[in-house]
Design a protein around this ligand. Structure first.
Ligand code: ARG
Length: 585
């Protein structure tokens, strides 16, 4: 279905031309959601800006437009209000017919995009030998949800894990392990990842303090890059070990990714530098090869460089991103490339995109976008950390969410005097705990920092995963209570929107398509969260005001259908956030 707003825009466009002449064919009729639900659902504002041009009163213009507008079947008769707004209220019969059509539609009325694109979402992307941290958790959760929504809209999405599996860290680590744990370089799993991370820290310290060690590390990098067999083998072992640890997190969160790490682009790096040179974009600055940027200056006002080859001949993060951007456009044929990382990398991406454009690697037709997000803060308002001040391990963070969800559940069961099996409890705790973490992250505008609070995210009240899961489970409880099989509801039963609460709920359900189209454009999953939260609230007020099982036919069947469509909308929406529902909780 094209959205209602689009449909009305078309109708008013035609009416403008019919009323005022063909020179208004390109004029946007300014059909927008009503500023206040008292005035209806939409309003057409075009008469006001036209008044000056036409030297007429806006109300008169509105009247002329209205004479040519035919919205019968969609809206109640439109009314002119105030200085010259045209107010539009959707007709209940129209809503009823639209909702009726959702009954047998698993996509709930959302049509796949007419312009499917090849889209790359670059997300998660942790670094080998370093632990995945909360920043990577945000990237993983946000990136996955964006990918799910784009896939649902009908795009061809490649989910890429741009793992940091190359670079000086390996030189350090290999050099250090050769000294203290040589067996780790030849035997798989000689160390566990926790050790690997602490070895990396120690190696880094040595590297910073000890000039001789620094030199040995450099040599290790050179060996590795030259393909020396034992260095390669050591590198592979380290990567495999990290990869297995990352995979545990992805499995737990039900996230799929294709790994294509930085090392993949290594063979392409020299040609990046060569071509920049050929194009006359390259300059030397203190021995480093770089491109001077437009719009980035130092304090003295001189342009800043983007270094693509260091004075020691090594390449860096930016060189790799130039190579990967190019590869993704030329080989993967991506039309839109989305990078999900912390906001701290915004300059990096602006610079890389600028250089790629100037080099002709990033054509106009391809959109490269950085999707930044803010920090995760502890309840003290500072960057989240353990009591000892170390960064929190993701595994521990997820474990804690599940543990607390479990203890909330036990309390609730006691209060309600319910007995449940161990399997039930474990499953509810796991689903609620992990969903709560995901939802707490997704429901914030991603650009802002947010405070990580188990208590808030696990609360059954407010804009939280448990609240939405509970709303879903409550609808399902109606089917149990009334012995009703939602899937076998009478397909001929009519949906009747008589009460206010029914109308409000019905209208909201029909906005799913508009909301998803917006997330597809703006890449802000919090809009979908807000939509689902409001859906649950509107359902709740419907449920309070409109008895379902106790009402007479045909109202009873109509309300059961509304319950079912609400539940299916919640389930679909949550699945696009990477959250699965519980039939009972
Ligand atoms: N590994 C990087 C980090 O941990 C993120 C990589 C993001 N993707 C990219 N193409 N640069 O911050």
């Amino acid at each position: 279905m094209t959205s209602l707003q689009e449909q009305l825009t078309q109708i008013f466009s035609q009416a403008l031309v019919a009323a005022l002449g063909s020179e208004f064919a390109e004029t946007d009729p300014l059909v927008v959601p009503a500023s206040n639900p008292k005035f209806g659902d939409y309003q057409c504002n075009v008469a006001l800006p036209l008044a000056k041009k036409l030297k007429q009163k806006p109300r008169e213009i509105a009247q002329q437009i209205l004479e040519k507008v035919d919205v019968a079947g969609i809206c109640l008769p439109p009314e002119i209000a105030g200085p010259g707004f045209i107010n539009l209220a959707i007709a209940p019969e129209y809503l009823q017919a639209q909702l009726q059509a959702l009954q047998n539609d698993p996509r709930l009325g959302v049509r796949p995009t007419p312009n499917p694109q090849r889209i790359i979402v670059d997300f998660s992307s942790p670094n080998i030998a370093k632990e995945m941290h909360v920043g990577h958790l945000r990237s993983t959760i946000i990136g996955d949800s964006i990918a799910r929504i784009l896939e649902f809209q009908g795009h061809d999405v490649l989910r890429l894990n741009h793992v940091g599996d190359w670079g000086t860290q390996f030189g350090m680590l290999i050099a250090y392990l050769r000294e203290v744990h040589p067996e780790a370089l030849t035997t798989a799993d000689a160390l566990d990842l926790g050790d690997l991370v602490s070895f990396y820290r120690q190696a880094k310290k040595r590297f910073d303090d000890d000039a001789e060690f620094k030199e040995i590390s450099r040599q290790e990098v050179v060996n590795l890059q030259a393909g020396a067999e034992d260095s390669r083998r050591a590198w592979q072992l380290l990567c495999e070990q990290s990869r297995r640890e990352f995979q545990k997190i992805y499995d737990r969160l039900n996230i799929t990714l294709t790994e294509r790490g930085e090392s993949f682009y290594n063979p392409l790096l020299p040609s990046i530098v060569e071509e920049l040179e050929e194009q006359g974009l390259l300059e030397e600055d203190a021995g480093a090869k770089c491109v001077f940027l437009e719009g980035f200056t130092n304090k003295a006002g001189d342009p800043l460089p983007l270094i693509v080859q260091k004075s020691d001949g090594g390449y860096n993060y930016a060189t790799t991103d130039l190579a990967s951007l190019r590869y993704r456009i030329e080989k993967d044929e991506a039309q839109r490339i989305i990078y999900v990382t912390d906001a701290g990398q915004a300059n990096h991406f602006t610079q890389v995109f600028q250089v790629a454009k100037r080099a002709g690697w990033l054509p106009e037709a391809v959109e490269a976008v950085h999707v930044p997000f803010g920090l995760v803060l502890g309840e003290d308002g500072k960057k989240i950390s353990t009591r000892a001040g170390d960064s929190i391990r993701l595994r521990d963070l997820l474990d804690e969410a599940v543990t607390q969800a479990r203890s909330d559940l036990e309390t609730r069961l006691q209060e309600e005097e319910r007995e449940e099996t161990e399997a039930f409890k474990a499953n509810v705790a796991k689903t609620v705990g992990l969903s709560a973490v995901k939802y707490a992250d997704l429901s914030q505008n991603r650009v802002s920092n947010y405070i990580f609070s188990y208590e808030k995210m696990l609360s059954l009240k407010g804009n939280t995963a448990p609240y939405l899961l509970y709303a879903y489970a409550r609808v399902q409880s109606i089917s149990r209570e009334g012995n009703i099989d939602f899937e076998a509801l009478d397909a001929d039963a009519q949906i009747i929107l008589a009460e206010d609460a029914e109308l409000v709920l019905g209208k909201h359900i029909l906005q799913l398509g508009e909301v998803l189209a917006e997330v597809e454009r703006e890449l802000l999953p919090n809009r979908l969260c807000q939509y689902l939260f409001e859906l649950a609230q509107k359902y709740s007020s419907f449920y309070e005001n409109c008895p379902v099982l106790k009402s007479e036919e045909p109202t009873r069947s109509s309300r059961l259908l509304l319950c079912d469509i609400t539940a299916r909308t919640l389930k679909l929406g949550l699945s696009l956030l990477g959250i699965s529902v519980l039939e009972r909780m």
